[in-house]
Design a protein around this ligand. Structure first.
Ligand code: TYD
Ligand code: MG
Length: 453
């Protein structure tokens, strides 16, 4: 077969034999770009029979869990599963300007200050700019090795000579390029090839590599999604640029739990860890307004309380709008249908707006009950009790279902001074009755209609 050029979607990495306006794999428009195919392996090794024998071993062995390198930033360490694993590859993705360079410079400086060799390769900013940021963050004294470079051949050659590097930060992978490829920096082919080379070096030289990847909505730069399967862990940095909160979320982690989050606040001295996110997320809550309810959620191993806000407004005609920030739009439609047909709540031709205050994105179905409470409160114009938290999944017939980690949610509510909780029916487990918590009044509900009533 001759080496024909391919058209690669810059958003999802799917390949197409010819150019078309829309990528059928991910539905993106104008994301296809022509790329030369990767060269096929040649030489004796590529021929059948040329390989060496692979050694197979038993499952038993004495490999100790790899010792981790703590970054000294507790929120980051938790999301990583307890620090950086040597010889691992971590991808840190996020919108431009969200704070990726800031947190990685902070982490790199701390690891370096603890006596390890850390290299920071900036492909986006000049040395002077990085120094300026370091000075602003009060990190200029950290013994970090800094370079501004984008030619991966040079970077790889330098890393080959590093004897004891513990951590290498590449900021960003989209600016790196290999001269062996024709494609421009930032294309899927370049991003993949550069990442593969850096990961190979990390594994053979024993240092951990952190790759920064930008996510753009337009898909003009190769989305870090194409790298997710190559790395050991993928962390996404989320948040509103208008907000000071930043949430670091693990979406893949070979060495720890996923869906673990770290919460930070962007200040004029960089990103500061938030030890008690619930208090932060609820800080701006105003009591006694309708359309608000507090959800007792769990993110990873940590309970987090957030405020769910709902607003109903008369629709201007046509089909009513459903606008959601921080939650799933499909799930909102389902809940609205359940509220109308199972609980007799009339929402009529109202536009519905739903917002998770503070910029957190929630994926748990356990939020159903809190969302329903906020919607009901907005529809009836009666505030929910400001001292009550809600959690529970709602089924299509309106039944309230159990959710995981009820106890952790209740303890967090208790810790933050809430007086009551509305939750699914709890069952005795293994002959053990559900725990009672001092000072917390529990209302167990079996059906959403009870809540609406
Ligand atoms: P940056 O880390 O450069 O974002 P990214 O690498 O993800 O593109 O951070 C960008 C924003 O953070 C920028 O708008 C300025 C702001 N910032 C602060 O508010 N405080 C600080 O101490 C620093 C270093 C940046
Ligand atoms: Mg940056």
């Amino acid at each position: 077969m001759k080496n024909r050029t391919l058209f690669v979607c810059q958003a999802c990495g799917a390949t197409h034999p010819k150019w078309q306006g829309k990528c059928e794999a991910c539905g993106g428009w104008n994301t296809l770009q022509e790329e030369a195919p990767a060269p096929r392996p040649s030489g004796p090794a590529a021929k059948a029979g040329g390989g060496r024998r692979v050694e197979f071993v038993g499952l038993e062995g004495t490999a100790a869990p790899p010792p981790r390198v703590p970054t000294g930033i507790a929120e980051l360490d938790r999301v990583l599963g307890g620090g950086i694993v040597p010889a691992s590859a971590v991808l840190v993705g996020g919108d431009p300007g969200i704070g990726k360079s800031t947190i990685l410079l902070q982490a790199a400086a701390r690891v370096a200050a603890a006596g390890r060799r850390v290299l920071y390769v900036s492909g986006e900013e000049a040395v002077e700019q990085v120094r300026l940021r370091a000075r602003r963050l009060g990190l200029e004294g950290a013994p970090l090795a800094l370079a501004a470079a984008t030619a991966l051949r040079d970077i790889a050659a330098s890393l080959e000579r590093e004897a004891d590097a513990a951590l290498v930060v590449i900021d960003s992978i989209q600016t790196m390029w290999l001269d062996a490829l024709d494609s421009a920096p930032g294309t899927v082919a370049q991003v993949r090839a550069c990442a593969a080379e850096l990961i190979r070096l990390a594994k053979t030289r024993g240092f951990a590599v952190i790759l920064v990847g930008h996510v753009t909505k337009e898909g003009t730069l190769a989305g870090p999604r194409v790298l997710e399967h190559m790395v050991d862990a993928t962390l996404y940095f989320e948040g509103d640029r208008g907000h000071q909160f930043r949430i670091l979320r693990a979406v893949k982690n070979r060495f720890g739990a996923t869906d673990e989050i770290g919460v930070f606040e962007m200040t004029d001295r960089g990103l500061v860890e938030v030890a008690n996110p619930s208090a932060l997320f609820l800080a701006e809550r105003r009591g006694n307004v309708s359309g608000s309810a507090v959800f007792a959620g769990v993110e990873g191993t940590r309970p987090v309380l957030v405020e769910v806000q709902a607003l109903l407004a008369p629709s201007a005609g046509g089909s009513p709008r459903r606008q959601v920030v921080g939650w799933d739009a499909g799930r909102l439609s389902m809940l609205l249908a359940v509220l109308e047909s199972r609980c007799g709540l009339t929402l009529g031709a109202n536009d519905v707006y739903l917002n998770i205050a503070g910029g957190l994105r929630i994926a748990e179905p356990a939020a159903d009950l809190a969302v329903a409470a906020a919607l009901t409160s907005a529809a009836t114009d009666r505030p929910t009790d400001a001292e009550t938290v809600y959690f529970g999944e709602v089924g299509l017939s309106g039944e309230v279902r159990q959710v995981a980690q009820a106890e952790a949610r209740l303890r967090e509510a208790q810790k933050l001074g809430f007086a009551a909780a509305v939750l699914p029916r709890r069952l005795a487990r293994g002959g053990r009755p559900p725990v009672a918590l001092d000072g917390l009044r529990l209302t167990e509900t079996g059906h959403l209609a009870d809540l609406v009533a």
